[in-house]
Design a protein around this ligand. Structure first.
Ligand code: UGA
Length: 444
């Protein structure tokens, strides 16, 4: 009989995983402790912007006309325990307030809530990003608190926001940390379709599986900070970091991806993952191995300050008082409405704190931005944000911004100065429309 799957936690990761499992043909029950989320999901909607996800949900959520009916949602742990053969835990692990370490309270409480309801044979699969050593501890918790024959596996997730559906259905690789051949067999059954289509299936132990995730994100963060460090040197030496990235990227050992210099990385993953990794390495007595990540983090944070300084220079070099600054972009990257640790909003907030009148526009992130930074001014369009601006900051590379007509914007701006914090606008187009175009790590 086909395996029945539950997914615990219905954020980006959980909602996408649940829908993808239904797409692969399984009966799926998703759980969240927030009833409003369950109500929304049950109508095929999600509380965030993720391309393709609502379409996928509507194909499977029970009760929606024409759906397969394979996907349902609940708030009941009892129902989840009785339903599933395989339980994926997809709750988030944010950075602890004021500390580097990650907050494991959601994971811990999910396991504690689930365990007593596991009366038969079951495989619990952790997908959350956790400090190495967590799986071993959680396996002990299950052994003590679950009445049935319950095993744990660890299966980190590598999806990118904005590509969550694609990345989940066609993963680069599937990594499973297992303690038995049985757990491996069950997970091979779950992932038979993507593995059959060519996704590599890597089987390992718990600590390695946990580390693969943090190592991958640390590598990506390092790549971005490396190119941003090169941008600093390019600026000092009069070089062009965009050309430099292109040229070094032709070496296949280096590769061209993740070498876009600019205001740096943000979001709910890379910044907190490298910090949590450093904190955990410290606990393990291996902190020296990761001191370079401190540098990766500080290069990244310096980008934001540097953009503020470029903006100050653009408005005359003194104070921001009385100056109007248009900020294009609020999300941490395009095709997402996520504003967590967003470089764009951080820069906007810093300039406002220094007396600037900042107006922000973002195609999808306005609602979340307003909630997080209620004192900033928001405009309904790029044109409105730019109206009367002394400088325009391009901080999230939405396609909409690349398609703007600088001629039209020039008519409403007070000064034609644009700072491209993502190296994504076409300098020629802006300059020929009379703008002073300045980017990060490129000649003035
Ligand atoms: C990241 C990883 O890419 C995923 O593989 C991982 O699964 C995910 O974290 C996670 O841990 O859940 P995500 O946070 O969605 O995914 O975003 P990325 O596409 O990695 O971008 C992160 C940040 O880096 C963004 O702010 C982006 O603007 C910035 N970035 C990216 C650059 O500044 N330069 C680049 O060349 C690439």
């Amino acid at each position: 009989m086909a395996l029945k799957i539950t997914v615990i936690g219905t954020g980006y990761l959980g909602a996408t995983h649940a829908a993808a499992m239904a797409e692969l043909g399984f009966e799926v029950l998703g759980l969240d402790i927030v009833p409003e989320k369950i109500e929304l999901l049950s109508t095929g909607r999600v509380p965030m912007y993720e391309p393709g996800l609502e379409d996928l949900l509507r194909r499977h959520v029970a009760g929606i006309e024409g759906s397969t009916g394979r996907l349902r949602f609940t708030t009941s742990w009892e129902e989840v325990g009785a339903f599933g053969d395989v339980h994926f835990v997809c709750v988030n692990t944010p950075q602890k307030h004021g500390e580097y370490a990650c907050d494991m309270s959601y994971v811990d409480s999910a396991f504690a809530s689930l365990a007593p309801h596991l009366a038969g044979q079951a495989l619990v699969v952790g997908k959350s990003t956790v400090p190495v050593g967590s799986a071993e501890r959680l396996a002990r918790l299950l052994a003590e608190q679950a009445p049935g024959d319950v095993e744990l596996a660890w299966n980190p997730e590598f999806l990118r926001e904005g590509f969550a559906v694609e990345d989940t259905l066609h993963p680069d690789r599937i990594v499973v940390g297992v303690g038995s051949a049985h757990a491996e067999k069950v997970l091979r059954e779950v992932y038979a379709t993507p593995v059959g289509e060519g996704s590599p299936f890597v089987v390992t132990d718990f600590p390695t599986a946990e580390l693969v995730k943090t190592a991958a994100n640390s590598f990506l963060a390092t790549k971005i900070s490396f190119i941003n460090a090169m941008a600093e040197v390019c600026e000092a030496a009069g070089g062009d970091v965009v050309k430099l990235a292109e040229a070094i990227g032709h070496d296949e050992r280096i590769g061209r991806r993740f070498l876009r210099a600019g205001v740096g990385f943000g979001g709910g993953c890379l910044p907190k993952d490298i910090r949590a990794f450093m904190a955990r390495a410290g606990e393990l007595g291996a902190d020296q191995a990761l001191t370079f990540l401190r540098e990766v983090d500080s290069i990244n944070m310096r980008r934001r300050g540097h953009m503020v300084e470029l903006a100050r220079e653009a408005v005359g070099g003194g104070s921001f008082l009385g100056k109007r600054v248009a900020v294009l972009g609020a999300t941490f990257k395009p095709d997402s409405d996520d504003v967590r640790d967003s470089p764009a909003l951080n820069v906007a907030g810093q300039i406002q704190l220094q007396g600037g009148q900042v107006t922000v526009y973002d195609p999808k992130g306005m609602e979340n931005a307003r909630r997080l930074f209620p004192t900033l001014a928001y405009a309904d369009s790029a044109l409105e944000a730019v109206r009367g601006a002394d400088v325009v900051l391009h901080l999230t590379e939405w396609r909409e911004f690349r398609e703007l007509d600088p001629e039209v914007l020039g008519e409403v701006a007070s000064e034609r100065i644009v700072l491209d914090g993502r190296n994504a606008l076409d300098p020629q187009v802006w300059r020929s429309a009379g703008w002073t175009y300045r980017a990060m790590g490129r000649p003035v």
